[in-house]
Ligand binder design. Structure first.
Ligand code: AMP
Ligand code: MG
Length: 339
């Protein structure tokens, strides 16, 4: 299992090296390791070093406020005060928590930003990843409940009602960060641009020749960069949640990082990945996780109810379904469309 983790690190690092080499040839891409992943921004306009600096400064600020893994972040302070006191936070942290609770309600609790105790228990992708006992899962499950997060908008404060609760914004913060990067790019009048935060894509504006952007959708069964198909988009975000992102294997069983808050186990409903296309990256990010946990039937109904939101579903049996407005073409022959 450790080997798998190292391998995925290697897969991330190698493209980084290529990106670094390319920079000397004036490739307009800047990549940094932040938010626990490789974050890239490509500004297709000249004179942008100051804009790149501003973008990455803002992304680092978001990480310093919203990460669960760094000490002293607003999220770490909220978690440390769980069951005791409310904690005043930065307005952006408040906004993301508010949006996370919105998606928790919208998804009937499939998306739940209080999954922190489950994330810690399983430790997926970390040094202590393991399959916990049912008793351990049962102990932790009562702590996972988005309704026990109390917000005070006037005070800009957050209170977790029960000791042991913990927020984890891992399923939404990258999307928010992409939107913030896009806002900085727009403020500087730069178009077009591509933001790629660990596969969380946001296209800003149209390409110079007015053609659509092509975005590869990861083949969940192959190494990073192998695509199942290609999506064509204009100025939208594309975000995928899948079993391949972070996982370990034990006794032939794969354990990935997206949990069902009702079972306390990795969500398992026949899906390998869910890709969401939507104008706002934070929404696409939250929805990809939500729909992955909800499963196809309920998840598709949710997506169909939302304006300007499309989806591509890849199943374990290699069948693929998509919503009518998703401009998606399969490129890998092992997959097939099912309607
Ligand atoms: P994503 O890759 O956007 O689907 O986010 C997955 C990450 O979100 C995990 O690594 C956890 O930190 C967190 N997470 C896992 N399960 C859930 C869930 N059901 N609702 C919200 N966040 C979750
Ligand atoms: Mg997500």
């Amino acid at each position: 299992m450790k080997l798998q983790y190292r391998f995925s690190l290697f897969v991330i690092i190698v493209p980084l090296i290529f990106a670094a080499c390319n920079r000397a040839e004036a490739q307009p891409t800047r990549t940094e390791l932040v938010l626990g992943t490789a974050c890239s921004v490509t500004l297709y306009d000249q004179g942008a070093p100051r804009v790149y600096r501003n973008i990455f400064r803002r992304i680092e600020e978001i990480e310093k406020r919203m990460s669960v893994n760094l000490p002293g972040t607003d999220i770490a302070r909220i978690n440390a005060a769980a069951g005791r006191s409310s904690v005043q936070v930065q307005s952006d942290v408040f906004l993301v928590i508010e949006r996370a609770l919105h998606f928790a309600e919208l998804s009937g609790g499939a998306f739940d930003p209080t999954v922190g105790p489950l994330v810690s228990l399983w430790g997926i992708g970390g040094d202590y990843q393991r399959v916990p006992s049912q008793a351990e899962i049962d102990d932790v499950l009562p702590l996972v409940n988005w309704r026990d997060v109390q917000l005070d908008r006037g005070e800009c404060s957050v209170f977790l009602k029960r000791s042991g609760m913990a927020l984890d914004l891992g399923a939404i913060a990258k999307g928010y960060a992409a939107d913030e990067a896009a806002a900085i790019i727009a403020d500087n009048g730069i178009k077009p641009a591509i933001i790629d935060f660990g596969g969380n894509i946001l296209a800003v504006g149209r390409k110079k020749n007015k053609s659509l952007w092509s975005v590869g959708v990861q083949n969940p069964n192959e190494g990073r960069g192998a695509y199942a198909g290609i999506l064509h988009i204009t100025g939208q975000s594309v975000v995928t949640s899948g079993v391949y992102e972070r996982f370990f294997e034990k006794d032939g069983e794969r354990y990935h990082h997206i949990f069902s808050p009702s079972t306390g186990r990795p969500a398992d409903n026949g899906l390998l990945s869910v890709t969401i296309i939507a104008p706002v990256s934070m929404n696409a990010d939250a929805l990809s996780t939500a729909v992955f946990v909800m499963g196809y039937e309920k998840g598709r109904a949710l997506i169909d109810s939302l304006p300007e939101t499309e989806a591509v579903f890849i199943f374990k049996d290699l069948s693929v379904r998509k919503t009518a407005g998703a401009d998606f073409t399969l490129t890998d022959e092992s997959f097939r469309f099912e309607y």
